[in-house]
Design a protein around this ligand. Structure first.
Ligand code: UD1
Length: 333
């Protein structure tokens, strides 16, 4: 298939691009490089032996995106491009609504104009909002009490996709709700390397491990959990990438469908630190700090629907992700 991958040089997009190329698909990447580096294309080539066609463009520029659709007849769009910092979205909500919503609407308008009927959207567990039940299933309500504009854009885009599926009986849209992706390709050539001080746990652990940052603050030690720290469903990004290929099956029938991509098993923040120390063989400087506003105590996936309907499940562990992270770290020091 000829597949447009928006955000294809980003952390998750690049891992999916590798899988697609390995499976023999033709990949065209559009990315504005706002949070990724052009050198990712060299890494994709090193791993797969092939260079994807690349456009450095922003989805908010309708005319340039339309031109790309004129040049290529796509069979499928996989849409990752978007801003993803929770804290930045609280500070700059308009920027998030503009980039994530306008960008997606432009993309969907081009799909309509050029008769492209299939999309896989990179959604998030954040669409579930707060809930009494930590284990999230796809039948739970979405959109309630989402704590930040970033999360709301994910929810709103899912709603837009549902409306398009209602209006066009030939349209297929799959929302993949990611839990907490970590790790990287085992070659250590691709990974998550955010600019500046990271918000997310694994990139922060990496910067402490490399000596770039002094110590990790564990936000909250008094949660009602097994060890008092938050618990999350950390999923290896290579398993996550495979989930996108599994989702092709769901595209065969039109309509909107959502699937959780997670392991089904939670790990606490403190367990993450301890595992990293065990795998690296070195202590990871850390301290306990006050809770981070907006954090949920616990959230993990019920992955039974995706296993049953698409035959997908995770195979890699948090330990595998930590090992691969260390390889990436060594390659980038
Ligand atoms: C957040 C978003 C999620 C998004 C994901 C990846 C919400 C509620 N969650 O997930 O939608 O897909 O980022 O971008 O919007 N932690 C520390 N110290 C740190 C960093 C994190 O203790 O320096 C803790 C956090 O308090 C949390 C856990 O580690 O308990 C995971 O945090 P993080 O990696 O930021 O992911 P989420 O907040 O779960």
């Amino acid at each position: 298939m000829k597949i447009l991958v928006t955000g294809g040089t980003g952390y998750i997009g690049s891992h999916v691009a590798v899988k697609l190329i390995e499976e023999g698909h033709e990949v065209i990447i559009v990315d504005n490089l706002a949070n990724s580096k052009i050198t990712v294309l060299d890494s994709i080539k090193k791993i797969t032996g092939k260079s994807p066609i690349f456009y450095q463009e922003n989805l908010t520029n309708f005319g340039t995106i339309e031109k790309i659709f004129k040049d290529h007849q796509f069979d499928l769009v996989i849409h990752f491009a978007g801003l993803k910092s929770v804290s930045e979205s609280v500070e700059k909500p308009l920027m998030y609504y503009q980039q994530n919503l306008s960008g997606t609407i432009n993309l969907l308008r081009c799909m309509e104009e050029f008769n492209v009927k299939k999309i896989i959207f990179s959604s998030s567990a954040t669409v579930y909002g707060d809930s009494e039940v930590a284990k999230r299933t796809e039948t739970m309500p979405t959109g309630q009490n989402i704590a930040n504009p970033y999360g709301k854009t994910k929810y709103m885009i899912e709603e837009i996709l549902k409306d398009i599926c209602t209006s066009d009986p030939k349209f297929s849209a799959i929302a993949l709700r990611y839990f907490n992706p970590i790790g990287n390709h085992s070659s250590g050539l691709l990974g998550e390397d955010p600019n500046g001080i990271p918000n997310n746990l694994m990139p922060y652990i990496m910067k402490v491990a490399s000596g770039e940052l002094e110590e990790l603050s564990i936000y909250g030690s008094d949660y009602d959990t097994s060890d008092g720290t938050c618990r999350r469903d950390f999923i290896h990004v290579v398993d996550l990438a495979n989930g996108h290929l599994a989702a092709f099956k769901a595209l065969e029938t039109p309509g909107f469908k959502a699937y959780n991509l997670g392991t089904g098993t939670p790990t606490s923040v403190l367990e993450m630190v301890e595992t990293f120390e065990k795998i690296s063989g070195r202590p990871l400087p850390h301290k306990f700090a006050p809770r981070r506003p907006g954090d949920l105590a616990e959230i993990w996936a019920d992955p039974s629907k995706v296993k049953q309907e698409l035959g997908w499940q995770t195979h890699l562990t948090v330990e595998d992700a930590m090992k691969d992270t260390l390889t990436f770290l060594r390659n980038h020091q």
